[in-house]
Design a protein around this ligand. Structure first.
Ligand SMILES: Cc1ncc(C[n+]2csc(CCOP(=O)(O)OP(=O)(O)O)c2C)c(N)n1
Length: 367
């Protein structure tokens, strides 16, 4: 396994960095190392497309090649910028792309991208190396040379278990309650509602709390609310959306697309632990975001903020008679010890989740 300190030394030696990242669990240890030692500055924009914009601005103003660290799912979010910004203007970046779904042995959301990973890299004309413990220094050197000479993006592909463990110093805020407890209260109080939950632990916890015919959205991070926007006008039922704040911020434009005159039946819960807990608890930008003001500017009429069980119970009581869509910001603890072990994919394939959701929808949509 690769030692994060030596890996970082090699990046610095080739004059690479700022690191601009959206996390993946495969990057957990190197990100823990960088966040704690600060040998390279790390910034964390809310989605991977933005990463490319910031990386390009950094290059334009420093002439230095930035490191863009992300999951292969997130690489797919960069493709427009990659082709119509970086490759078009010849603005290099040094990608560290994780290979989730290598050989198809992973969570289902990584199957398609994982199997075609190398095909995609070739299609998008990216010189790449698949990281090797014994040769990574030469690989970094070779790719950095190509990026400097051609002024084009290059990629080092990171595999599962590439980095030695480097523990996080995360200290959970124990005053808040857990995602599991929050979801349990929400699902118990919303019996019969149609439920959509976001990528990672929110769907996992929701499934463990109660296996109802929900749209458990295991991939497509950031699209939870927009899916609800598509469903809501086609039913009188309440739509309960369980979103992580990392997921919510990733495609905030979904909330900006909310029209309160058209959509009156969404209860949107942001479960905010100020971190990407599913990938190791790396910080999100949530402490800098005023969700209450955001909800107001996106025209929600019912806006609530809660951080304790009693507060959530009180809000859930009010929601029973609400005639408009509601935005509920729930502060929860960032502590992965509390996540459920059960995964949706242990029981259902993604097409089965969809079929089950649609069958139930047909049955209940007019009640
Ligand atoms: C486009 C994309 N980028 C990154 C990931 C990796 N990823 C999976 S879950 C997750 C964290 C989700 O954070 P949040 O929504 O705050 O929920 P939490 O894990 O804290 O419950 C990330 C970054 C992904 N699945 N898709």
């Amino acid at each position: 396994m690769i030692n994060s300190e030596e890996f970082t030394t090699c990046l610095i030696k080739h004059n690479l960095g700022l690191v601009i990242e959206v996390p993946c669990s495969y990057l957990k240890d190197i990100l823990n190392y960088l966040n704690q030692t600060k040998r390279l500055e790390v910034i964390n924009p809310v989605n991977e497309a933005l990463v490319m914009g910031i990386a390009s601005g950094y290059y334009l103003s420093t002439g230095k090649i930035p490191i863009v660290a992300l999951q292969n799912s997130g690489f797919m979010n960069t493709l427009n910028a990659l082709t119509s910004l970086n490759q078009l203007y010849q603005i290099p970046v040094f990608y560290l792309i994780t290979w989730r779904g290598e050989l198809g042995h992973d969570a289902p959301e990584h199957d398609i991208t994982g199997l075609k990973m190398e095909e995609y890299l070739k299609t998008f004309d990216l010189p790449y190396e698949i990281v090797s413990e014994s040769k990574y220094q030469n690989q970094i050197s070779k790719l950095a040379d190509i990026a400097i000479k051609t002024k084009k993006p290059v990629a080092l592909v990171i595999r599962k278990g590439s980095f030695e463990a480097f523990p996080s110093l995360l200290k959970p805020e124990e005053n808040y309650f857990s995602r599991y407890e929050a979801i349990k209260l929400i699902k118990e109080s919303s019996g019969g509602a149609l439920c959509i939950s976001s990528t990672g632990f929110p769907s996992r916890d929701s499934f463990s709390v109660l296996d109802s015919p929900d749209f458990y959205m295991v991939g497509s991070m950031g699209h939870t609310f927009s899916i609800a926007l598509g469903i809501a006008p086609n039913t009188k039922k309440k739509i309960v959306v369980l979103d992580g704040e990392g997921s919510s911020l990733m495609h905030l434009g979904g909330l900006a697309s909310f029209n309160p005159d058209r959509i009156k039946n969404i209860n949107y819960f942001i479960l905010d632990n100020e971190g990407y807990e599913s990938t190791g608890g790396q910080p999100t930008v949530s402490p800098n975001v005023n969700f209450k003001l955001l909800a107001k500017s996106f025209n929600f009429k019912n806006i609530y903020e809660v951080s304790k069980e009693a507060g959530l119970k009180e809000v859930l009581r009010k929601l029973k008679t609400a005639k408009e869509s509601s935005f509920i910001h729930v502060k929860i603890v960032n502590s992965s010890q509390k996540v459920s072990e059960k995964r949706v994919s242990d029981k259902y394939t993604c097409p089965q989740i969809k079929e089950r959701f649609m069958e139930n929808f047909k049955r209940v949509k007019n009640h």
